[in-house]
Write a protein that binds this ligand. Sequence first.
Ligand code: BV8
Ligand code: ZN
Length: 279
Amino acid sequence: MNHTSSSTGHGARSDAEGLREVLARSDFVAVLTGAGISAESGVPTFRGPGGLWRNWRPEDLATPEAFAHDPRLVWEWYDWRRSLIRKAEPNLGHRALAKLESRKAGQSPLRAPANQTPAPQCSERPEHPAVGQGCFTLITQNVDGLHERAGSQGLVKLHGDIWRLCCVGCGLTERNEQVPLDPLPPRCRCGTLMRPGVVWFGEPLPEDEWRRAVEASRRAQIFLLVGTSAVVYPAAGLAELALAGARLAIVNPEPTPFDHLADWVLGGPAGEILPQVCQ
Ligand code: BV8
Ligand code: ZN
């Protein structure tokens, strides 16, 4: 592990300017976000105030077992979260990351100068050669869709999307933005129950998203951990993967299990700090 001084315990830096410079000149940037980045948009986090719903912990409801036991209860929880997210707007934190992404796309080392053949295109987004191709990769644990609404492209959604429904019978998946859902629980045209298009505890992450996240984390020169308690795996493991070759920067008003490994710890709200470091 070829770490800079901080890994020897000399305390992480907290200067936004230093991090801004490193982000500006790094060719390969990876970012992992959690519920904290949507907190300033009014979306409750999992472990923070408002995370509990009817005294249920998210880990109790976001499971196949809970859904099998009481699909109506689980759907009432998702319907409540959808109604909150519908009222929310992306905040300055979401927007700062979208802006950094488009700047990085313009800067991309993969973007060949005019007289040379362009770099291989990214399958999902041919118009964005660099996005998702390792230059700048935004990876999220959030299912709220606020990163996309802020303009982020090539987003890697590790835990799915609350606005997608999947039939537990025929497997049909569809986008459904109805708030409130009616009927609840929603049913497929085949008559079978639909489930939220999210990854529940005990379920594997979508392969393609996971592969892209691992690739970007391994290639990163700077890895940003934003608004996450970093206790849910395998997502939190991406920061460990990145540490093999990248510097780690954390944006969170609270301590995280990775602070002692970080080069930067910026202790404050993402909506205030990200606009400073992403400009
Ligand atoms: C799996 C979608 C195997 C659904 C979610 C290793 C060790 C220990 C446990 C495990 C392990 N490996 C696997 C496990 C089990 C489990 C797990 O990690 N459990 C935890 C609880 C210990 N993992 C799994 O089950 C995973 N699957 O392992 O499958 C497998 C493999 C093959 C085949 C079969 C099976 C699946 C995990 C995904 C579950 N789905 N979400 C939904 O949303 O309904 S996880 C969900 O919880 C979120 O997506 C997110 O990942 C997590 C919540 O964490 P955060 O987003 O960080 O939110 P939190 O509230 O905790 O923290 C908010 C932070 O923001 C705080 O730090 C706060 O200070 C900060 N903050 C607040 N305000 C601000 C802010 N920061 C910045 N600005 C602010 N303004
Ligand atoms: Zn069906």
